[in-house]
Write a protein that binds this ligand. Structure first.
Ligand code: SF4
Length: 477
């Protein structure tokens, strides 16, 4: 019998690196920031269906807290590894036009959700949110405060992704005064050769100054993004980058796997393939990062995230409150996610909905007085069941079969007979343990959690119909 309370010998889930198993099982797969995944959204779902979902919440007198995502798509220069939906331009007047439309959308969403729950979570992503000037950001935040009822600073999680190359020490203090209390910095790698190879020159001193300023300004959580698998990365260069990251002492670290997909992402064509680490070196780099970060006291949260034991993310995981949404892991359970901006995805009630992906389309819909929702999906009971199951596995690395049977009218062993059969191969490889009441992912299986969740993804075995979006899955590890 597996002991769930003390399965790792500590309160935190450990992670074990097994190169042979990872090499054997690495494949392309979803990151499960949503289930069903965004490539399953359909164009039959539009503005009308979104309004119905909000009306449904009103009828049920929902008071679930609100979470707001704001997408700023612009960047000054392009990083060659980038696979994001962004617009690279030095013409900052484009941001002014965009902000006019964004505010219209915020007004409309504010009216729709008026009187419902308080806003407890705000996230600015991009692109580069700090492409906006200090004045533009102050103005936008004031607009948001006029449209939504924000929970007090102590209670709310208000975060922004920043590019250290675009902010001064004063700007960091200003962001705190404007209401942000969490900050995440794109670093990727401190090595000058790697930075040159990806067209992102970012002196270490500049990044350190921003981190120090964030601490002085009273940001509650400072997060750093790193990428392994970039051109020119070696074990030696990565050791040095990790020394600097650990010395900078961030509260959270996101360690992403560089997915080289030049046929899908044009900027990546400027990366010289001969500079990329081989698959074997890439795995060694990952192993090195995990070893060094865990030795430095970081807790492995899951997927690509690490956090200090006292960071809210680690605390939420210990208390079984961790969630997964479009921004990755989150401590806010059960909130309605409203997303504003081009290509942004909302999760309201039992629906997902996505905005227009081009600026022209986005502006056109708003000019017609409509929200720019152009695709989405209404979840069926089976989707809701599988979504919870995938969430639990991703966040907690274990699943109580009894709790699923209490929430849904199914007998787990019958409903998921095929899936349980498929899990046997993972069990033989030592990645998980299946018992009558529990499915438990072992430390060895944690890095392959996406592969395990894929077994429960009904859509992966179904043909993709109509205007489904193209598959853009990255390698699971
Ligand atoms: S990585 Fe970030 S800053 Fe670089 S081009 Fe992509 S969105 Fe812009």
């Amino acid at each position: 019998m597996y002991n769930h309370a003390s399965s790792t010998g500590s309160a935190f889930p450990a992670v074990e690196f097994d190169a042979a198993i990872i090499g054997k099982l690495s494949q392309s797969g979803p990151r499960y920031t949503s289930y069903p995944t965004a490539d399953r959204f359909q164009s039959e779902f539009g503005y009308g269906q979104f309004l119905e979902a909000v009306a449904g919440l009103r009828m049920r007198r929902s008071t679930r807290p609100l979470s707001l995502y704001i997408h700023i798509p612009f960047c000054d220069t392009v990083c060659y590894y980038c696979g994001c939906n962004k617009i690279v331009t030095k013409d900052h007047s484009k941001a002014a036009t965009y902000l006019d439309y964004l505010k219209q959308e915020i007004d409309m969403q504010g009216r729709l959700f008026a009187g419902m729950g308080k806003l407890e979570q705000l996230h600015f992503g991009g692109g580069t949110p700090t492409y906006l000037s200090d004045r533009q950001m102050g103005d936008l935040m004031a607009h948001l405060h006029a449209s939504f009822e924000f929970a007090p600073d102590q209670q709310g999680e208000y975060s922004i992704e920043i590019d250290p190359r675009t902010v001064s020490v004063e700007r960091v203090h200003s962001l705190r005064k404007q209401g942000f209390n969490r900050i995440s910095l794109g670093v990727q790698d401190f090595d000058p050769d790697v930075q040159k190879a990806v067209n992102r020159i970012q002196p270490e001193a500049e990044t350190r100054a921003v981190i120090d300023a964030a601490r002085d300004a009273g940001f509650r959580s400072i997060s750093i993004d790193l990428i392994y698998g970039l051109p020119k990365q070696t074990m030696t260069s990565m050791e040095q980058t990790l020394d600097k990251v650990i010395a900078a002492n961030p509260d959270r670290i996101a360690l992403y796997n560089y997915a080289h997909l030049p046929h899908l992402f044009k900027p990546q064509r400027r990366i010289h393939e001969e500079d990329l680490p081989t698959p074997a070196v890439k795995l060694d780099l990952l192993a090195l990062c995990i070893r060094r970060l865990c030795a430095a006291g970081y807790v492995y949260i899951g997927m690509d995230h690490f956090a200090k034991p006292d960071d809210e993310l680690a605390v939420a995981q210990r208390q079984g409150r961790l969630q997964r949404n479009f921004q990755g892991y989150s401590t806010r359970a059960e909130s309605e996610l409203i997303s504003c901006g081009v290509s942004a995805i909302s999760a309201v009630g039992a629906t997902y909905s996505q905005n227009e992906k081009t600026l022209e389309g986005y502006y056109e819909k708003l000019d017609e007085g409509r929200l720019p929702v152009v695709r989405g999906i209404k979840l069926e009971n089976d989707d809701l069941l599988r979504r919870i199951l995938i969430q639990k596995l991703m966040c907690n690395f274990e699943l109580s079969i009894a709790s699923i049977e209490q929430s849904f009218p199914i007998r787990f062993s019958e409903y998921f007979a095929t899936e349980l059969q498929k899990l046997k191969a993972f069990e033989e490889d030592g990645l998980l343990i299946v018992e009558p009441d529990w499915i438990t992912v072992t430390p060895k299986g944690r890095l392959l959690i996406r592969n395990i969740c894929m077994v429960f993804d009904r859509y992966l075995s179904q043909p993709r119909l109509g205007e489904a979006q193209p598959l853009r899955y990255s390698k699971t590890i």
